[in-house]
Design a protein. Structure first.
Length: 162
């Protein structure tokens, strides 16, 4: 798994000494990973994520894990807000209306256990953006194969009506 460091200026400190307790999965809803990378590193856009995985399995890191990336926006999970201060954000290069590519899923499955181990995040802590911002966000969406992650102990079954 080759990681390309592509720093984004869009990050800050986690508030109140918080550490990651969730991993939030997203789709980019853009036409290419290059386009997404540009946006996630554009100071005007004021968005970022820790990682971006291309459909071909290319892996970019934009923000250091101890820092607070700007991927989740308003929302909450388990009654707690400031999702960005409590999570690692992973963007998946996908427009949202088609299957997630095999090389991309393989890289995600290889990196999730490492992040979970590093921060002691249980399978329950691997969530979708739509879980923390229901009604406002729909990613990673109905095409994302949650069952595949569940089978490997990398997520838990959860009812999602979207
Ligand atoms: Zn998202």
């Amino acid at each position: 798994m080759q990681l390309i460091w592509h720093p984004s200026p869009n990050f800050g400190d986690r508030r109140e000494g918080l550490v990651p307790q969730w991993i939030v999965l997203h789709y980019t809803a853009m036409d290419s990973a290059g386009e997404a990378l540009e946006r996630l590193c554009d100071p005007q856009a004021e968005v970022s994520a820790h990682y971006l995985i291309g459909s071909d399995g290319m892996l970019w890191q934009m923000v250091d894990e101890p820092c607070r990336a700007w991927h989740a926006g308003a929302g909450q999970w388990q009654g707690l807000d400031d999702v960005n201060s409590r999570s690692i954000g992973i963007e998946l290069d996908n427009r949202g209306n088609h299957p997630f590519a095999e090389p991309q899923m393989a890289v995600l499955e290889a990196m999730l256990p490492q992040i979970m181990e590093r921060w002691s995040i249980p399978a329950e802590g691997v969530i979708g953006h739509s879980d923390s911002a229901p009604g406002r966000k729909f990613d990673p969406g109905p095409r994302f194969d949650w069952a595949r992650l569940v089978r490997q102990g990398l997520a838990v079954p959860r009812h999602r009506d979207h």
